[in-house]
Design a protein around this ligand. Structure first.
Ligand code: FNR
Length: 179
């Protein structure tokens, strides 16, 4: 197995739990699987600038998705939904229509929250958006991390049971990528 993944945190916060989840997973990946983490600091989606000369950050973002064998999205929940930052990035990634870098791309969605509910409503919204593109969503048991603050040590997800569960889902995604 040799797979290159792209990790996308749905929060721009420097001390983000979502980023910490990705960092913990990045460290725990088995040999042969690597993951780059990229923040979603992009201009606001605007169809007028969604041309072949789209902003350089957008073109680089789309290229990073195209270059990855699979994408891991870790999202928090904002007001019972996905953060605007993530929706904005998915809207950029969804275009050009019919030629999205996410089209058919294996994607694993993980949600997290300091609350017991684990961001499950945001998880559902991200799934719906990915179905519109359509990406190749990893199905089965959803990776939803509740009380995430208790599971982070030194800026990284450090809960063995959660790591094991999430790595199992990553394994499914890598298999879907044919790796
Ligand atoms: C939140 N938070 C939150 N949590 C939750 O479980 N359900 C929710 O609906 C919301 N709503 C919400 C709205 C806004 C605007 C903010 C800023 C926060 C709390 C949220 O889970 C918490 O701030 C996380 O730490 C955010 O994720 P990161 O930045 O740690 O990845």
């Amino acid at each position: 197995v040799r797979a290159k993944l792209l990790g996308l945190p749905g929060s721009l916060r420097s001390n983000s739990n979502s980023l910490a989840v990705l960092r913990g997973l990045q460290d725990a990946l088995p040999a042969g699987i690597s993951m780059d983490i990229r923040d979603l600091r992009l201009p606001l989606y605007e169809q007028d600038i969604d041309t072949p000369e789209a902003p350089a950050e957008v073109r680089a973002f789309r290229q990073a998705i195209a270059d990855a064998d699979g994408v891991v999205i870790v999202t928090p929940e904002y007001n019972y939904g996905m953060p605007g930052v993530l929706k904005n990035a998915l809207d950029w990634a969804s275009r050009p229509y019919g030629k999205s870098a996410l089209n058919g791309k294996p994607v694993l969605v993980i949600s997290n929250s300091p609350a017991f509910t684990g961001g499950v409503r945001a998880h559902q919204q991200v799934n719906d958006t990915l179905l519109a593109i359509p990406a190749n969503l990893v199905g089965g048991a959803q990776v939803v991390i509740g009380t995430v603050g208790e599971k982070i040590r030194d800026g990284k997800l450090a809960d063995e049971a959660v790591l094991k569960f999430a790595l199992g889902a990553i394994g499914k995604m890598v298999a879907a990528a044919g790796k």
